[in-house]
Design a protein around this ligand. Sequence first.
Ligand SMILES: NC(=O)c1ccc[n+]([C@@H]2O[C@H](COP(=O)([O-])OP(=O)(O)OC[C@H]3O[C@@H](n4cnc5c(N)ncnc54)[C@H](O)[C@@H]3O)[C@@H](O)[C@H]2O)c1
Length: 323
Amino acid sequence: MRQLRSILLTGGAGFIGSTLVRHLLRAEGLERLIVLDKLTYAGNRGNLIGPDQDPRFGFVEGDIVDRELTASLLHEHRITGVFNLAAESHVERSLDSTSTFLHSNVIGTSHLVETCRAAAVPLLQCSTDEVYGSVSPPERFVEIRPLNPTTPYAASKAAADFFCLAATRCHEQDIVITRSSNNYGPRQHTEKLIPSLVHAAFHDQPVPIHGDGMQIRDWMHVDDHCRGMITAFLRGHAGAVYLLGGQCERTNLGIARSVLEILAKPSSLITHVADRPGNDRRYAVDFSKAVAGLSWRPQHRFRASFPLVVREIAANLHRQGAA
Ligand SMILES: NC(=O)c1ccc[n+]([C@@H]2O[C@H](COP(=O)([O-])OP(=O)(O)OC[C@H]3O[C@@H](n4cnc5c(N)ncnc54)[C@H](O)[C@@H]3O)[C@@H](O)[C@H]2O)c1
């Protein structure tokens, strides 16, 4: 049985990682939580202010590619589980250059798989529904759907998943993979869709929408994602993949309109710009395997939670402006 007693979390200074830190520190039986993060442009040590005062918390600046470092952390802290969230995560950056995506997402994950195997430590690999490419209605992604990544980011995440799955087959290694839909929540980098929309609207600037804006994403609150990963770590089968989704399909245009409405800004700020290469039309997740196998389902209601997140991002911008 897997245990949360002493956890190594990679990428903990990022958006989802910093939320997972808060969930893990509340989890029953947790005695030690080590965050390993390279602090790339996307990592922010400030995201960990508060939790870093907990005596069970430790922070190490470093790269998941560094096998000596990860092996020594597993040994020194008698780690009972690794959650791998460290990754280059921005699709648009992957269109310009793929080397950091190969480094962190592919080589980093495969090195971590080897280190975990040598130490017999279970690994939770955090992946994405984007590995499947696009899906037309009324279909939704199911775990066994063939992978069809359409961007370098998704290709690197799919490659990481294959290294994990190969290790479970060849070595019976204890790895569980979760594939989540798009997340919304606090502490997300401003380059991502929702914070960038809020940023533009807050400053009364044009709110850019790629193409016709009818691309559909299945939005899930980051808290639901974090609960899902912890549950998958505790209850998931070794070698299994679990899709996690928010049951909340929205077009990008619809998201932009909601942001403007919440911030009481005119919809005339919306400005259509050229579509992104490889921009998938629709992501939609069937998470019934997680319901049946993990007793997990999303709890947040978009209508109630989304305005809170938008207002929190705007309030941070207000504070920054006042500082
Ligand atoms: N954001 C989403 O909606 C979403 C959805 C599904 C899956 N995911 C996955 O969740 C994970 C976290 O995503 P996020 O949105 O929080 O990303 P993020 O960019 O906010 O955070 C990534 C963190 O990883 C760190 N990092 C990058 N490369 C590293 C390396 N080589 N070694 C150590 N640390 C490194 C960064 O410094 C950063 O703190 C990623 O694996 C991503 O693919 C994200």
